[in-house]
Design a binder for this molecule. Structure first.
Ligand SMILES: *Cc1c(COP(=O)(O)O)cnc(C)c1O
Length: 298
């Protein structure tokens, strides 16, 4: 772990916890704080640091490369590519789709950091959890460590739990986006029994997202739930309303959001406040999971 911290010296930890008082209907009835994990590092975005910390801090001796998966805008590949560059470990990123000649800003960064980018079709990408495919990768890249998409594996939960433990003020509810579910699972595991976790689904996946979270935590833990009303059509999809909301937010507020993750969470918060969905005086923590790099167009 020491090696990891010396390779990335500028981490801002604990991340800031700031009061948030938007001029929105219903906002004065509750107390809102934002856990600024987006401020941890300019490149290793938010929850990706939390999720990768233990995997990268405990690499088996003799590890010769890292392999992982993601889309063309992936915050996970971006964070991991940067860390591997800093640690001087070869990184093989398996990317869904073919962006040759049409690289996104994220892929351009990966190339700058010396990552090996391997484009695969949808069918190959779908095998990313299959035992046979993973064994094949380990044969192709001997002594490699394969990290699942999004960094979502059991040891990610511990890092996410540390984020919850950093919150120095008492709170009743904590809200975060849900994609692969590891972040919400890590939060739920770290809560006290009188606290609630509310996940905002960023993709269409009623029941599916619940099953992803459940695979990581004991069934006896029930103080978490997912609201499926704010995905705006699916993963990375947006409505005109969400776009307008994010633009106005970024003009008015002291920090920025993007439409794939944090934008949907704050958009949900605004609507839940207006609908009186919280108790009077409730103390709510919103986790800003970062991800602003993914919204870049150049
Ligand atoms: C990856 C990511 C998420 C999703 O976290 P999961 O653990 O996969 O649910 C949320 N926010 C941002 C900014 C991300 O990059």
């Amino acid at each position: 772990m020491t090696h990891l911290y010396s390779a990335i010296p500028s981490l801002r930890l604990p991340s800031p916890l700031i009061p948030f008082t938007p001029p929105w209907e219903g906002a004065t009835r509750v107390e809102i704080m934002v856990k600024r994990d987006d401020a941890i590092h300019p490149i290793i975005s938010g929850n990706k640091w939390r999720k990768l910390k233990y995997a990268l801090g405990n690499l088996p001796t003799g590890t010769q490369s890292i392999v992982s998966f993601g889309g063309g805008h992936s915050n996970h590949l971006h964070a991991l590519g940067y860390v591997c560059c800093q640690l001087n470990i070869p990184f093989y990123s398996i990317v869904r789709g073919n962006y040759l000649g049409n690289e996104t800003p994220m892929l351009k960064d990966l190339a700058l950091w010396g990552s090996h980018i391997l484009y695969v079709d949808k069918k190959t990408y779908q095998q990313r959890h299959s035992k046979d495919y993973l064994a094949q990768l380990t044969r192709r890249y001997p002594k490699s460590v394969v990290i699942p998409e999004g960094g979502s594996q059991a040891d990610a939960l511990k890092g996410v739990g540390e984020m919850v433990k950093e919150v120095s003020e008492p709170f009743d509810r904590i809200m975060a986006p849900v994609a692969s579910g590891a972040t919400l699972a890590g939060i739920a595991l770290a809560l006290k029994s009188n606290q609630q976790a509310l996940g905002i689904a960023v993709l269409k996946g009623e029941e599916y997202l619940e099953s992803l979270v459940s695979q990581f935590i004991p069934p006896s833990l029930t103080h978490w739930q997912i609201d499926h009303r704010f995905h705006c059509g699916g993963y990375a999809k947006k409505t005109a309303e969400l776009t307008t909301f994010c633009e106005a937010f970024n003009h008015q507020m002291p920090f920025c959001i993007e439409p794939v993750y944090s934008g949907k969470v704050f958009f949900a918060l605004k609507q839940l406040l207006a609908a009186n969905a919280f108790c009077e005086g409730e103390r709510i923590v919103i986790v800003h999971t970062g991800g602003l790099q993914g919204a870049r167009t150049a």
